[in-house]
Structures are given as structure tokens and as C-alpha cells.
Design a binder for this molecule. Structure first.
Ligand SMILES: [Zn+2]
Length: 258
């Protein structure tokens, strides 16, 4: 996999640096990237006018949105810009919801490429931004932030890390392991991932129920409509056990399996 980004005649025809970077990085993906969810050799680029989705896989029919960011991060930033808030919310419910590809490049080289499977983007980590009035528009615009720091680590799958491509087999395996986290609907998936994130924050491979209850008020903020947070935490632990992410050790003790 060649990690150099090449200027193309199409890219050079754009004056805007951002547009040029978008054309170049999307060109790279179309030419070099395999499908990180099924392993098919290529991703197909959509026509440019399509909102949000940039690529699709002819084999597994999954869609991908690529965000390219000119930066050499030592670790992923806490948050990134999402699209318009209403469009973002609508997209989360849609069957065509794309997976996210975050491509970091600097000085013509790709440093990091991260796949965030679509089900990791839940309403809990999407924040509504303050309205702005774009120049020359008659209507206000409300954007969104995607809080990457709220996503459990297993939802950040590196395809390229610090300038080195990961083994595609490993990428596919990591993706396959996360698939059971997609629950029956957005709200249920959100709960499952929020509790998994709390387990991760404890930071040890064994933990107790009382250590998790410390996060009760944080979870209440994310799910204000729920009055029985502790019950919900216990229920999510059962689901995480059934999906192979944790193990019950008895007497309110648990062990992580991820
Ligand atoms: Zn595929």
C-alpha cells in the first residue's frame, strides 16, 4: 500500500485547499483501499454530489463517508466536526448510514486511517452546535460535533497507524468482533456502548458493580428520560456478557474480555 498522496489534474483545478485535499485523498482511497468490512479488493467512489457517503462496496453493499484531516495526530482528537445536525440525526436512523473513515495526512503522506463502524456513532456522542449564519445564506445553519472520546476503543479500528498499514486480516477481524454491539435500535446500541465506555474508563480488567455505579450521573445526562439508571447498567452488563465482551465472576464482580 503506497501511502503517498499524489496531486492529480482534477485536484489542481480546485482553488480551495480543502477541496483539493478532498479530491486527492478520495482518489487515494479509490485506488488503494480494500473494503475494511468484507475484504473485497476495492471501494467504489460515489459521484461527488451525493451527501455524506463517498464510497460503497459492490460486494457487501456497505457505504463509507471519508473525512480527511490535515494533521499528524499522536492520538485521535477528542471530537471532530460532523455534518448538519438534522441531517446527522436522520442519517443515524437510515439503513444507508455510512461507516466513517478518518484519514489523517500531512506533507503528502497518510499517517493514520481509522474505520469507525457506523453503529458506534450514536445520539450520545453527537452534539448540536450553536447556530451560525453562513455568508450569503438566508437561513441559520446548525452543525454537529462527533465526540470521538465517547466511542469505546474497539470502535476505532486502525487501517493505517503511524504511517504503517495494519494487516487487512486483523482489520476485518476487529470489525467482525464489534458487530454484535449493534443492538436492535439506536437507543439500545447507545446504552450498550455508553456502558462499555464506562467499563473502559475504570481501566482494569476486573471491576465491580459499585465501580460502574459511579458513572450513574454521567449516564443520566446522556439518557435523561431514564429513571432507573442502575437497573439499566445491570441489564447492559448482561447484554455485554451475552455478546462476549465481559464475563460474570459472581458477587458483583466482572472481568473484561476485550
Ligand atoms: Zn465490502
Amino acid at each position: 500500500m503506497d501511502l503517498h498522496l499524489n496531486e492529480t489534474p482534477e485536484a489542481l483545478s480546485y482553488h480551495s485547499k480543502t477541496q483539493r485535499a478532498r479530491v486527492i485523498t478520495e482518489g487515494w482511497t479509490a485506488a488503494n483501499l480494500y473494503c475494511p468490512t468484507c475484504g473485497a479488493p476495492h471501494l467504489i467512489q460515489f459521484e461527488a454530489s451525493r451527501p455524506m457517503a463517498d464510497f460503497h462496496c459492490e460486494h457487501c453493499k456497505q457505504q463509507f463517508e471519508q473525512k480527511s484531516i490535515e494533521k499528524k495526530p499522536s492520538h485521535l482528537p477528542r471530537k471532530i466536526n460532523g455534518s448538519g445536525y438534522d441531517a446527522m440525526m436522520e442519517r443515524l436512523e437510515s439503513p444507508d448510514n455510512p461507516h466513517l473513515l478518518l484519514l489523517y495526512h500531512k506533507d503528502g503522506m497518510i499517517n493514520n486511517l481509522v474505520l469507525i463502524p457506523k453503529y458506534f456513532i450514536t445520539t450520545s456522542i453527537v452534539e448540536k452546535r450553536k447556530p451560525t449564519w453562513p455568508k450569503g445564506r438566508s437561513k441559520e445553519w446548525i452543525g454537529s460535533y462527533i465526540w470521538l472520546e465517547g466511542i469505546p476503543e474497539c470502535g476505532k479500528i486502525y487501517i493505517i497507524k503511524d504511517g504503517v498499514p495494519e494487516d487487512p486480516k486483523k482489520v476485518l477481524e476487529l470489525y467482525r468482533k464489534t458487530k454484535p454491539l449493534k443492538a436492535r435500535d439506536l437507543e439500545s446500541t447507545g446504552w450498550l456502548l455508553d456502558v462499555l465506555k464506562c467499563v473502559e474508563k475504570i481501566g482494569t480488567s476486573t471491576f465491580t458493580l459499585s465501580q460502574l455505579y459511579v458513572f450513574e450521573s454521567d449516564l443520566k445526562k446522556k439518557h435523561p428520560e431514564n429513571r432507573h439508571i442502575k437497573d439499566k447498567i445491570r441489564q447492559q452488563l448482561q447484554e455485554l456478557r451475552d455478546k462476549g465482551f465481559i464475563e460474570f465472576k459472581g458477587r458483583g464482580k466482572y472481568r473484561t474480555l476485550f
